[in-house]
Design a protein around this ligand. Structure first.
Ligand SMILES: Cc1ncc(COP(=O)(O)O)c(C=O)c1O
Length: 421
């Protein structure tokens, strides 16, 4: 479609409008709920509707361990905030490297049993910068990427502009096929996630790393949704499967289970120094506020010992899935903490989520394309260490009621349609 206005110029306004209208028609337009987050009442939160304050239970927060509301983490943040002020006021090179940045990077390196770590404004930026930097500096490098990789990984590889091969999701045999077809001396990097954010699948990390090593490929693992939850000290799937020494680069976030903000990569000192020295998305941006770094470090210090919370989440997820089965609500099977309920249609997904919030005080986010492929639209159910069984029972009952309401509504509509037809 060509968007031209009267003077034969590109009509930006009509282009933007048409694109947005199409999103609305497909039921994929993004509406944000204005959440009034509560440190005291999490997982409950408040929101305004029709001039009234309403309360709901959050079943889509990534604050898996409840660390964003942890007194000691809040306390640490407040303390350093009053000492250092709000922002760092500089890039890492221009007065933006503080004691708190260095201390957190050391703590992250120790946590992941790596020589070094590097902080970023978020794991998104860490993925984009790390992949773009390595790719651009080694133009012959081929990225070998899981088909379900996160948008930030895809953007990083795209920005690098290198050749790319895609393997079927978590398919080790397909990865082997791709690797074996490439020359041994071809630089290559295998890029994947350990826990996939939307379908909750867990990658066969050990097999993939072993295979990559056999073909002399670097390995890059995004552990964003595994950090805090898996492994003896919560360092992720690589810790759980004793692979911390094997993997070349780990990407993690400080914004989900750690409950604060920011992202990082961890690896050997040489590769981290390389990205520190050449990574545009690291060099040319203001560093994280010192108080954020101190709070994240405090949170990690606590997370390392939160075995009971990790176990509790596992028990609650088993309870949730048992209830879903009992109520005949089908859900995607996986071995992680993420429970997707497949809806398979964008507008239906949104309508169900709206009804759950308004009718039952249950907040789940509809996940639509492009976050998931068309046909895999789902409600992604997240249980945190702050939920309890009663709340989970309410979630499942509410879901069942909404599905029944939906079915009754369809039955009422069908005769009218056939008469009209
Ligand atoms: C798999 C994955 N990687 C990276 C990110 C980016 O993390 P951050 O929010 O720290 O930028 C996300 C965020 O949702 C994610 O799901």
């Amino acid at each position: 479609m060509i968007y031209l206005c009267a003077s034969n110029m590109f009509d930006f306004e009509s282009y933007f409008k048409t694109e947005l209208e199409q999103l609305r028609e497909e039921g994929r337009y993004r509406y944000f709920l204005n959440v009034n987050k509560s440190a005291r009442h999490f997982p409950h939160f408040y929101y305004e509707k029709g001039g009234e304050t309403k309360r709901a239970i959050n079943f889509c927060s990534n604050d898996y361990l409840g660390m964003s509301v942890e007194e000691d983490v809040i306390g640490k943040l407040s303390y350093i905030l009053h000492h250092s002020g709000t922002g760092s006021s500089g890039t890492r090179n221009i007065s933006g490297t503080t004691q708190q940045h260095q201390s957190l990077e050391n703590a992250l390196a120790v946590w992941h049993q790596k020589e070094a770590a590097l902080l970023f404004g978020g794991a998104y930026l860490a993925n984009v910068t790390a992949l773009q930097t390595i790719g651009r500096k080694i133009p012959d490098l081929i990225f070998i990427s899981d088909e379900r990789n996160h948008a930030s990984i895809i953007e990083g590889m795209r920005a690098a502009g290198n050749a790319k091969k895609i393997f079927r999701h978590n398919d080790v045999a397909h990865l082997a096929e791709i690797l074996s077809a490439l020359p041994m001396d071809q630089p290559k990097m295998v890029v994947f996630e350990s826990v996939y954010s939307m379908n909750g699948s867990v990658a066969p990390v050990k097999d993939m790393i072993q295979l990559a090593k056999k073909y002399n490929a670097l390995t890059y693992v995004d552990e964003v949704h595994a950090i805090g939850l898996y492994g003896e000290t919560g360092a992720g799937i690589c810790e759980k499967d004793d692979l911390l020494k094997e993997v070349d680069l780990i990407n993690g976030t400080l914004a989900k289970a750690v409950g604060v903000y920011g992202g990082y990569i961890a690896g050997n000192a040489l590769i981290i120094d390389f990205i520190r020295s050449f990574g545009s998305g690291f060099i040319f941006t203001t560093s994280l506020p010192p108080a954020i770094c101190a709070a994240a470090e405090k949170s990690i210090e606590l997370i390392r010992h939160h075995h009971a919370r990790r176990q509790y989440i596992g028990e609650l997820v088993t309870y949730l899935r048992g209830l879903l089965d009992e109520y005949a609500i089908s859900h995607t099977k996986n071995s992680s903490h993420i429970t997707p309920v497949l809806i398979a249609e964008a507008s239906r997904c949104k309508a169900i989520a709206d009804r759950l919030l308004e009718g039952f005080g249950v907040y789940v986010q509809p996940v639509n394309y492009p976050t998931v492929p068309v046909g895999e639209e789902c409600l992604r159910l997240i249980i945190t260490a702050k939920h309890n069984r009663e709340q989970i029972f309410h979630l499942v009952q509410s879901l069942k009621k909404v599905f029944l309401e939906e079915a009754a509504h369809h039955m009422q509509k069908e005769p009218t349609q056939s008469l009209a037809g």
